[in-house]
Write a protein that binds this ligand. Structure first.
Ligand SMILES: *[C@@H]1O[C@H](CO)[C@@H](O)[C@H](O)[C@H]1NC(C)=O
Ligand SMILES: *[C@@H]1O[C@H](CO)[C@@H](O)[C@H](O)[C@H]1NC(C)=O
Length: 224
């Protein structure tokens, strides 16, 4: 009797895992170039697909990731994303890339998560202090100082960051395991939501004085 329960449990588990798809779906054809004009589409898997007979090399192409981006903003970084919105040929392929520029002396890509992607980061220039934190209850920090040529991985969904601890600009490139990784910047989401989260709720949640919460909401809010 026990053994049969066990068997049923495993069959159910196998069924459940075959229905669950935690990552971008596998492509069902060689490619599926995204298109906005639905009159020209033939298939759907992610975004609408362009009729293959109209697909060109430009659908798989992007130019300009060599250009340094300005970092004169409050956090001192600039993320240039190249995902399915920039390269329509990435549709259904489960991959994308970013360039990140960091200002000297503390320019940073502040704590954030990608709800749909693991990230693998490669440092081209400069010195970065990077890390990610595991989920509750351990909240273990895995961190590292990276130099040119170093590579570090941020597992899907976990909060991570990079800080330029050098005196020169830093530049990194990263591959992400989604055509549309998404990004949730923690401070912006929590203190800059629209409309704002009730400051009394945040005061208790973060164990902060109400005035500190209001100050943070003023800094990160959309009406700043
Ligand atoms: C990042 O660079 C782009 C391209 O130069 C610029 O338009 C944008 O304002 C910059 N973003 C930030 C946050 O500085
Ligand atoms: C989390 O912490 C607990 C208690 O210290 C420990 O027993 C457990 O192995 C840790 N788990 C991981 C995944 O590190």
């Amino acid at each position: 009797m026990k053994a049969i329960h066990f068997l049923v449990f495993f069959v159910l588990l196998a069924l459940a895992s075959s229905f669950a798809s935690a990552f971008d779906p596998s492509p069902l054809q060689d490619f599926c170039v995204a298109i906005d004009d639905t009159n020209l589409n033939v298939l759907v898997n992610g975004k609408f697909c362009k009729n293959p007979k109209y697909v060109t090399a430009d659908d798989f192409f992007y130019r300009g990731l060599n250009i340094p981006r300005p970092t004169n903003n409050p956090v001192g970084s600039n993320v240039t994303a190249v995902n399915v919105d920039q390269i329509p040929g990435l549709n259904t392929l489960g991959i994308s890339v970013v360039r990140i520029d960091y200002a000297p002396n503390g320019g940073q890509n502040p704590p954030h998560t990608h709800p749909r992607a693991t990230e693998i980061l490669f440092v081209q220039e400069g010195t970065l202090y990077v890390g990610f934190v595991t989920s509750n209850p351990n909240n273990t920090l895995f961190s590292k100082i990276l130099n040119p040529g170093d590579v570090f991985v941020f597992p899907i969904g976990l909060i991570h960051f990079q800080v330029n601890i050098g005196k020169i600009n830093a530049v990194a490139f990263a591959g992400l395991s989604s055509q549309n990784p998404g990004v949730i910047t923690i401070a912006n989401a929590v203190f800059g939501s629209n409309p704002p989260i009730n400051p009394f709720a945040l005061s208790r949640a973060f164990q902060l004085d109400l005035n500190v919460v209001k100050d943070l909401q003023a800094k990160f809010g959309s009406n700043k």
